[in-house]
Design a protein around this ligand. Sequence first.
Ligand code: COA
Length: 259
Amino acid sequence: MSYPTLLTKLQDGILIITINRPEKLNALNKDVFTDLSAVVDEITQNSAIQSAIITGSGSKAFVAGADILEFGNLSKEAAKALSKRGQDVFFKIENCIKPIIAAVNGYALGGGCELAMACHFRLATTHAKFGQPEVNLGLVPGYGGTQRLTQLIGKGRAIELLISGNMLDADTALQYGLVNYVVQADELLNKAIAILTNINTKAPLAVGACIKAANAVFSKVQNGYDVEINAFSQCFDTEDTIEGITAFFEKRKAIFTGK
Ligand code: COA
């Protein structure tokens, strides 16, 4: 499929998604949200796609935030709808049962930081910068940033970032656990592809169940331990679990089919 605001390339089961508004530092407008929502549907539905990478076009920014142009003269009701729409799309990414990782190639600010945090984990280049600068506009994050930042780096650090609007450099983001790896810009995509190539050899249903159970830690409506019991037990209804256990005893590499 093609998308007006995204470039996509399917390579060995990995869909590389590039947000493509470089002249606006890939700021998230309504069209980008529509396309992100649709591309997650494609990831979910297309069996040729095993995992995905989200990155930004150009060398300067991953995403420099929500498109501030769309904030002019918003009514309270329209602002509520905008925030809800952004949250819904980011929940969709977070709850996708195929891994979606962020390759952060520059500024990840505001909605860009929120998008990266909605992904299952993050890699960054040495020049990447993270932050929630909404307070500088007299705003608060609206796409889950207050929640996910606190989950990922802890309350004290999150509140400091949220209320100061300060940016974190890549090394500090690594130290805080906001990103898993920091690499040189020209290694970013290759590193992300290498990580997913390994994950893509694992049993897809088990991978999806791990994501679901880990997400349930933060759910207000589900008990994560119960989700884990269900996920664990459901594995025993799958051919891949039988194959994985059989292959272990036969001292060979398992061949998983996603069934
Ligand atoms: N929304 C809309 N447009 C944006 C944008 C955003 N979030 N971030 C950058 N842009 C646009 C700029 O307006 C500029 O457009 P123009 O050339 O038509 O004037 C273009 O992208 C380049 O940005 P510029 O500010 O000139 O680049 P810079 O290198 O001087 O600064 C940033 C980079 C990221 C520090 C700066 O663009 C910035 O602070 N952006 C806003 C970040 C933010 O507050 N995000 C949260 C929004 S809720």
